[in-house]
Design a protein around this ligand. Structure first.
Ligand code: SF4
Length: 276
């Protein structure tokens, strides 16, 4: 398998190689996360001429928390440099600018799937299906390299479903190796729940809602966290060692501490320990 398919550095946003696509393509509504309303396809007023954010160092104090937790999984540089061959969205044909906005969310979804698939391939317990995972990875990577027109017509939801079958199998295999009774909280509404010190080892937490939940000191080792909503959840001193399918944007929305133990696939959010 080519290295670029398993290089997770390519699955993180690199603003240096992007034309500020997330700051143009995505809509946001005035809320606790964004200070203003902005429709999809309209450049954010804070976006500078060099495609960088004019308030990068002050995003939180200026009411743009949502920008600090976002990551495109490397879709920005892929669309800017590969799909559109490095053609600047402002100086190229207007049709290119429109297409970039259209395909960016599609490629972001595909890159998110690449993130999950590359992680699945690192899990020894998933070895029985590594060949299937490898094929899904190659297929997904190939889809990201399609033309703008092909990407615009892609049924990305259908592809997600196909990949999800493999991710479910991966989860079963990985969690089977963890001793004890494993909880199934798939899609559970645990908003504001008091789960301090809870034993969630090897739990199925797919798509669970932990918004503002107290998970301080909780044991989440080996848990499946795909799509779990961790906004404002308190992970102070929680143990997420070997938890899997946790993404950086997902983690960035939570609270935590220097004592939170994390899987190797993610990094400790700066705002957990920085004084703002
Ligand atoms: S505030 Fe900055 S990071 Fe957020 S959308 Fe605007 S330009 Fe981009």
């Amino acid at each position: 398998m080519p290295d670029h398919m398993t290089d997770r550095a390519e699955l993180r946003g690199d603003c240096e190689r992007c034309f500020g696509l997330c700051c143009v393509a995505l809509p946001f509504a005035a809320s606790a996360d964004f200070a203003i309303d902005k429709p999809a396809g309209t450049p954010c007023p804070n976006l500078r001429g060099d495609h960088r954010c004019g308030i990068h160092a002050e995003l939180r104090t200026k009411g743009f928390n949502g920008c600090t937790v976002y990551d495109c999984f490397g879709a920005g540089q892929k669309v800017s440099q590969i799909t559109f061959g490095g053609r600047d969205r402002r100086t190229g044909p207007p049709e290119d600018a429109r297409r970039m906005v259209e395909v960016f969310p599609v490629v972001r979804q595909l890159h998110e799937l690449l993130w999950y698939l590359t992680e699945a391939l690192t899990l020894p317990a998933a070895r029985p299906i590594h060949a299937d995972l490898g094929r899904a990875l190659e297929r997904t990577e190939a889809l990201t390299r399609q033309t703008p027109e092909e990407l615009g017509a892609l049924d990305v939801g259908a592809h997600r479903q196909e990949v999800n079958v493999l991710l479910l199998k991966t989860s079963e295999l990985a969690r089977a190796g963890i001793r004890g009774k494993k909880k199934n909280r798939r899609g559970a509404d645990l908003m504001g729940a008091r789960l301090k010190g809870a034993d969630l080892r090897g739990a199925n937490l797919r798509g669970a809602y932990f918004i503002a939940a107290d998970l301080t000191g909780a044991d989440l080792r080996g848990a499946d966290l795909v799509g779990a909503d961790l906004r404002d959840a308190d992970l102070t001193d929680a143990d997420l060692t070997d938890a899997f399918f946790l993404t950086q944007p997902q983690l960035n929305t939570a609270r935590g501490s220097a004592g939170t133990r994390l899987p190797r696939s993610v990094t400790r959010p700066v705002h957990w320990t920085a004084r703002l």
